[in-house]
Design a protein around this ligand. Structure first.
Ligand code: ASP
Length: 452
């Protein structure tokens, strides 16, 4: 059995949905289909999810919602019309949106979640209706049937019982069309995952039915070894391990949500990232282990928006509990950290900048000075992390030297180096203004001169 997830661009309009139907028809193993909300049809189009967030914000401010609501309805109306569906589906969607707009506004996040989730929910209903209209026996299944989530305000994740509850999906006769991106708490409250979270739903379903394969359909032929917006014609990746994909999607590889690997990883279910617009292309396979491609590096990612908290104290290495106390202060500000490179008397904590407010920054610095008696404490902002990833790195000497040399050729300073304990990744912190230059230089070093 194959679970397929179709991303926003794959279900953005009637023409794309027809391609989805053909893909589903072409392999009888494709039994469970997870869909996103309609995404962008062209470059500066607006995703339905963004239209819905806008609608929710207008409703929260008691602004004019009618025009925004119609914008969403029109997207579905257009799809339904071009799929030859009865227009009554647009009336049902309009009614559904009106009810969601009237939802309890006490908890703003839950209010927005409820509207946002309608993007996938209504699309799943519409796609199931279309499949049936062309003789493909299909059934819309709601996450209410068992996609159980934890309670807010904790970050959304699926409860363990979800996997058992959703195992029944494998017994359905019809092709299941399941909306991505959301589920319900035990009390019946709707919550969404982070943006791009339909990938997570697909992975949960694949694990629940113990699928043979999880296919993730998007709009590129494969995962590239570096961001094609920065590096011209980067090599496509045919096979990649879960660990490598995790490291790459952590920083900048948005083609597959970084949290989506966990459910399939636990069961060793292979993932195939494929292109809806070119479904016969082999795509990228994400596997527990892979055959060697002869290259030590599989991919290089880059992401901006990092800050560092620098702390130094003479004889820090002798002080028992210093690191714990420092991280505790950060924990109490509800901030997570990504790396902690350290020396004998100093430590840097690398944090995603969007978690820090000027007030939190001030509080943290004050507490570290007063409670830990540090000699020097300060924040710096505007960093990018460039991550070189490859299972082959472990058995390859001189790789860090090659990387450092390539960076030095750009004249850029390395602000931080961190080698992951698994030796699958090597992280360089640089100033964001040199990110693209450094990424290009590293790509040239490890993959071949760039062809224009
Ligand atoms: N529609 C949601 C988003 O745009 C979720 C998804 O497509 O995966 O983020």
């Amino acid at each position: 059995m194959i679970v397929c997830k179709f991303g926003g661009t794959s279900v953005a309009c009637a023409e794309q949905i027809k391609k989805v139907a053909n893909i589903v028809k072409s392999n009888p193993e494709r039994r469970i289909i997870v869909v996103s909300a309609p995404g962008k049809r062209f470059g500066d189009d607006i995703k339905v999810t963004d239209l819905l967030i806008d609608l929710a914000n207008a409703a929260l401010k008691d602004g004019d919602v009618e025009g925004k609501l119609q914008d969403v309805v029109n997207r579905y109306k257009d799809i339904a019309e071009n799929l030859g569906l009865d227009q009554s589906i647009s009336n049902i969607i309009a009614q559904d949106l009106r009810e969601r707009v009237e939802f309890d506004k006490t908890n703003i996040n839950l209010y927005v979640d409820n509207l946002k989730a309608s993007g996938e929910d209504n699309n799943a209903r519409l796609i199931a209706a279309y499949f049936n209209s062309i003789g493909l026996k299909a059934k819309y299944v709601s996450p209410l049937e068992g996609l159980l989530l934890n309670n807010p305000p904790e970050r959304t994740y699926a409860l363990p019982e979800t996997y058992e509850l959703l195992n029944k999906l494998k017994t359905y006769e019809e092709i299941i069309v399941f909306p991505g991106f959301f589920g319900y708490t035990k009390e019946g409250t709707l919550r969404t995952f982070d943006r791009g979270g339909s990938d997570i739903t697909g992975s949960i379903l694949a694990a629940a039915v113990k699928a043979d394969l999880y296919e993730n359909f998007t709009d590129v032929d494969c995962v590239f070894s570096a961001n094609p917006k920065v590096v011209k014609n980067p090599i496509g990746i045919e096979e990649i391990t879960y660990r490598e994909m995790r490291e790459l999607s952590y920083s900048g590889f948005s083609v597959f949500h970084d949290e989506a690997l966990m459910p399939v990883f636990k069961l060793g279910i292979p993932v195939n990232v494929k292109n809806t617009n070119n479904p016969t292309a082999p795509g990228t396979r994400i596997l527990p282990t892979r055959t060697s491609n002869g290259r030590p590096v599989t991919g290089i990612s880059a992401d901006s928006g990092f800050s560092t908290l620098y702390v130094s104290k003479y004889l820090m290495n002798r002080e028992i509990g210093f690191g714990r106390k420092l991280l505790h202060i950060i924990e109490e500000e509800h901030i997570s950290y990504d790396h902690t490179p350290s020396g004998v008397d100093d430590i840097s904590v690398i944090i995603r900048s969007n978690q820090i407010t000027p007030e939190a920054e001030e509080r943290i610095v004050k507490r570290i000075k007063e409670e830990l008696h540090a000699d020097d404490v300060y924040f710096r902002h505007g960093f990018s992390m460039i991550v070189i990833v490859g299972e082959g790195m472990r058995n390859n000497t001189g790789l860090a030297a090659r990387a450092a040399h390539a960076i030095s050729r750009t004249g850029s300073n390395i602000e931080m180096i961190n080698q992951g304990s698994s030796e699958v990744s090597l992280v360089f912190g640089v100033l964001s203004e040199v990110e693209n230059q450094v990424l290009t230089a590293l790509y040239e070093e490890f993959f071949a001169p760039i062809t224009v």
